[in-house]
Ligand binder design. Structure first.
Ligand code: HEC
Ligand code: HEC
Length: 916
């Protein structure tokens, strides 16, 4: 034994004897443990490197990648770092340097192949996917509901729920939560008297159908994504055309758009004509060009910040993950690598801050334009019929040569659902990709059935993608180079349009640039085909019977009769006139919903630094989450966003439904089942009712992702209808009311308080949509100052959701009530109580003014008797009658200080300010 022991000691002491191979466990692992693992182990992974787990060690660190290159110590960064003297990068950074023997040993180990046996690691990489929110949704037997889960948790704590609240409380609670506006006294009375067992359900249905509902809910969503109507940063100039996005959100909630569609529209609404929705992408603050430094680094840095906000907003809002934490290093808590993060940036790589023209919002010229367009189609069709028909097959060419401006193809009527135009050659020896500004296809009754507005769907072999040249321009009804399609193939490519239904077509009109500014890129050889019911293609016109280009650009065909000549020339004149009259009617409305450019290649940035590009990354999402998602590098810009939206809404993705139902729960109870609504990762909170959360998420998906369905379900539960009164024995166990042994009462949000003051005073203006109103006096300094308006009038009496959201500036009165200032996403508002709030409510010009207007309304309705006035004041503000004691106090208050004083007191009462 002694000898053996001695032998062992000898072996330990002399591992490096040239004959012996270095043994990892014996020679290297102890060295790592002693000198490295404190910074490269379980607790810390400096520079992303771990030396206590084989796979992680061989993968390497953030700066150098693989720091151990088997067989090549000279190429291994690890050796350089432990060797280089006097270098502040040397490893370990503190304590004595490694000895020459230790370094020699490391070198030899690497040169001998860096053999690291399996199963000897001193630590196990934790599985970051082993976290509740990444697990698939649990499934449950049928017949369960919200109350089942709530009662089960209450029972575990020895608690019981409360009785149902009284009817007045119920209608006030439901109205305030679902619409943000209290019921009128008449509505309260009708509900209290309604003996129908379905009375409450009818009420809930009515509230969910109210347009006020979308206005209420939209506010929360706008908080979540930090929607603002100024650019932020010091300059903070207005973003005048951001409001259509707010209107989109309100309409989407009112229409109960299924959640996957809501996601897709916000990420890629430009693909389906819901343009304002992409305001989501650019909701955050941004530096305008000209506000960053001129040098490349400042520009790149500002761009990185923009992309970061896009990733952060999509991550926070839809996934409940802090994806932006992986900008500089792999996420320290969640399974999100830096590569994932930059893969997500690549999804948004072509999205730029800025306005873009849209045709739908507030298009006041629409009617007039549609009329002219219809006329233009009829004229163009009639003109087309005066053209000689295309001749297929042999024979001398007799049709005019192609013209950049306008070419007519006429052929016998053909029944088809799809027309294809294939370019075979272009001018200038095929130097460029062909361009077509518009393809008009006329049915026998003179309609242009190609138009997108008529349901025509374009498709192409490949398209240039930039603001002027886009596939959708081929059938948007607009002419000119700046609204044209360009193929992605030099000298060729095809474009096809599928109609909404089969049509009998007989003429096609196309051009390269009807505005006659450009003559390049003109198709000189082409083929036009119609698709047959069996899917095959039939040629209906071609360039083969045309004279050579430009050989005869005569305006009118020669062989027409004199009468037809005259008619054709009249029609040409009318066409020119219609084009001229149409042009200004496109009067673009613009919306701050992002501009789209071809996506540049993206790279991982070392430590998130804009100038430190590393390997390229493809558009992708979080690789650890299912289903797998990675797009080819050449995926066009818009297709990236569409695909990402699809990935988010995949029912396999366990986060999206959970995160959204949690927001709904939070809206109804004041606190979510998960109290960190934007962080479902390991650093976030655990759910108070994990099974309920999963049940709700499952129900959300089963309902076709209906938000209104979920809200109805929540509001109809016994849990939500409970009274909110405190019970000492429950408070003792669960003071936070996390287990929901009562309905948790809470102060109303600033916006709700303001809206209801206006509603009580009878001054609330319920006009929906459009640009908002400002509570700040205008000024036009370079660096904007937002000074409160000294006085408010009817223009400022719309619902608070329409108050123009100025970043980092608050309304003088209600800003003190935890209103987010759109500086940061605010998925959950804090609820503070400060003296300033009480002072503001009591003394602000706004409240005093509304109290006076309310007093006027009361006098008008109730006459001069104090008792009647006090009763009416209670009805209008609190929707109930005062009790005798209240009545007595109020009468004397009015006596002494006047009716406005009573109004002011009621508008400041807890009963008015709290959700019961
Ligand atoms: C006191 C903490 C500490 C100790 C101990 C330590 N390191 Fe480091 N190590 C760091 C830090 C910090 C960095 C990042 C340095 C930088 O890039 O500025 C780093 C970076 C590295 C890198 C580069 C990783 C990459 O690709 O980014 C290697 C290799 C490395 N260390 C090896 C070692 C080895 C081998 C040991 C033990 C012999 C060791 N370190 C001990 C703190 C430590
Ligand atoms: C702008 C760059 C940047 C961003 C964004 C960033 N970090 Fe870091 N973080 C660093 C740097 C630099 C270090 C120190 C070097 C290191 O440990 O790799 C660090 C270290 C840490 C550490 C200490 C880890 C250790 O091993 O000592 C934690 C924890 C951490 N970050 C969490 C986060 C979280 C959570 C977020 C998102 C909210 C985040 N980081 C976002 C740059 C960033």
């Amino acid at each position: 034994v002694l000898i053996l022991a001695c032998g062992l000691v000898v072996v330990l002491r002399a591992p490096a004897s040239a004959a012996d191979k270095v043994d990892f466990v014996r020679d290297i692992q102890p060295l790592f443990k002693e000198r490295c693992v404190a910074c490269h182990g379980e607790q810390k992974q400096k520079s992303g490197l771990r030396l206590d787990i084989k796979a992680a060690a061989l993968k390497g660190g953030e700066s150098y990648g693989a720091v151990i290159v088997a067989g090549r110590s000279a190429d291994s960064a690890m050796i350089q770092l432990v060797t280089e003297a006097g270098n502040d990068l040397r490893m370990p950074p503190d304590g004595p340097r490694l000895t020459a023997e230790q370094i020699a040993l490391l070198k030899r180990w690497i040169d001998e192949g860096a053999v690291w046996p399996e199963g000897v690691d001193s630590a196990v990489a934790e599985n970051r996917l082993d976290h509740w929110s990444f697990q698939p949704l649990r499934t449950f037997p049928e017949g369960l509901g919200i109350d089942h889960f709530i009662r089960a948790e209450l029972a575990k704590a020895g608690l019981t729920g409360a009785d149902e609240a009284d009817r007045r409380t119920l209608i006030r609670r439901a109205s305030l939560v679902l619409t943000g506006i209290a019921p009128t006294a008449e509505e309260v009375e009708a509900f209290v008297a309604d003996s129908d067992p379905r009375a409450f359900e009818k009420l809930v249905d009515r509230l969910l159908a109210s347009p006020r509902y979308g206005e209420r809910w939209a506010r929360h969503w706008l908080d979540v994504i930090a929607f603002g109507e100024t650019h932020g940063f010091e300059v903070n100039t207005p973003r005048d055309n951001a409001w259509p996005y707010r209107d989109y959100v309100i309409q989407a909630f009112n229409a109960d758009v299924p959640y996957p569609q809501f996601i897709r529209e916000q990420l890629a609404g430009d693909s389906t004509g819901v343009d304002a929705a992409t305001g989501f992408l650019v909701a955050a603050a941004a530096l305008l060009p000209g506000q960053t430094g001129k040098d490349e680094e400042s520009i790149e840095k500002a761009r990185q910040d923009e992309l970061n906000d896009m990733v952060a907003n999509a991550g926070g809002a839809f996934l409940g993950l802090t994806l932006h934490c992986a900008r500089c290093h792999d996420h320290k808590f969640d399974p999100v690598s830096q590569t994932d993060y930059y893969g997500l940036q690549a999804i948004f790589a072509g999205v730029r801050h800025g306005e873009r023209p849209i045709t739908q919002a507030n298009d006041s010229n629409l009617q007039e334009r549609l009329k002219l367009q219809e006329r233009l189609a009829l004229v163009s069709h009639e003109r087309g019929l005066l053209e000689p028909p295309a001749q297929l097959g042999e024979g001398a060419p007799r049709r005019p040569g192609v013209s950049p401006r306008r070419n007519i193809e006429r052929f016998p009527p053909v029944e088809t659902r799809k027309i294809r135009f294939t370019v075979q050659k272009t001018v200038d020896d095929n130097r460029h990709e062909p361009c077509i500004d518009e393809l008009e296809i006329y049915a026998t009754d003179g309609r242009n059935v190609a138009l997108a507005s008529a349901g025509g769907k374009p498709e192409a072999s490949g398209s240039y993608d930039n603001p002027k040249h886009r596939l959708v321009h081929i059938n948007d009804g607009r002419y000119g180079n700046s609204r044209s399609w360009i193929s992605s193939t030099v000298g060729g490519g095809w474009i096809a349009i599928e109609f909404a239904r089969p049509e009998s077509v007989e003429a096609i009109v196309w051009g390269r640039d009807r505005e006659e500014k450009y003559r390049d890129r003109l198709a000189t050889q082409y083929l036009i085909e119609a698709q047959m019911p069996d899917g095959g293609w039939k040629v209906i016109a071609a360039s083969s019977d045309r004279l050579s280009p430009g050989a005869q650009e005569k305006p009118l065909p020669e062989e027409l009769s004199e009468a037809d000549q005259k008619r054709a020339s009249q029609l040409e004149g009318e066409l020119a006139d219609l084009e001229r009259r149409l042009a200004p009617l496109w009067g673009e409305s613009v919306v701050y919903a992002g501009r789209f450019e071809p996506a540049p290649p993206m790279f991982r940035l070392h430590r998130g630094e804009a100038m430190q590009k590393r390997e390229p990354v493809s558009p992708s999402a979080v690789q650890a989450l299912h289903p797998e998602f990675r797009l080819p590098d050449d995926t066009p810009e818009q297709a990236r966003r569409i695909a990402f939206a699809g990935w988010l809404a995949d029912p396999q993705n366990p986060l999206v439904a959970r995160v959204m139902v949690n927001r709904l729960w939070q809206h109804h109870f004041g606190e979510g089942l998960v109290s960190t609504p934007n962080d479902f990762g390991r650093n976030g909170a655990k759910p108070s009712h994990p099974e309920l959360l999963d049940w709700l998420a499952g129900e959300f998906i089963r309902s076709g992702w209906s938000i209104k369905h979920m809200q109805k379900l929540i509001v109809m539960s016994a849990c939500w209808k409970q009274s909110s009164g405190p019970r000492a024995e429950c408070l003792a166990v669960d003071a936070q009311t996390r287990l929901l042994w009562r309905f948790p009462p809470r102060r109303l949000e600033a916006e709700v308080v303001r809206d209801n003051m206006l509603a009580s005073a009878g001054t609330l203006d319920l006009r929906m949509g459009g640009p908002g109103f400002s509570v700040f006096a205008p000024n036009s300094n370079y660096v904007r100052l937002y000074n409160p308006k000294p006085e408010f009038g009817p223009a400022e009496w719309r619902r608070a959701i329409y108050m123009t959201k100025v970043r980092v500036a608050q309304d003088a009165t209600f800003g003190a009530f935890d209103c987010p200032d759109a500086g940061q996403p605010q998925p959950k508002r804090p609820r503070s109580t400060t003296p300033l709030q009480a002072l503001n409510l009591f003394n602000s010009g706004f409240v005093i003014q509304q109290a006076e207007l309310l007093a006027g309304r009361i006098e008008q309705q109730a006459g001069a008797k104090r008792t009647d006035q006090a009763r009416q004041a209670f009805r209008l503000v609190l929707q109930r009658a005062p009790d005798p004691e209240e009545l007595r106090v109020c009468e004397s208050l009015v006596e002494e200080h006047g009716l406005p004083a009573l109004c002011r007191a009621l508008l400041n009462s807890n009963e008015f300010l709290f959700l019961p």
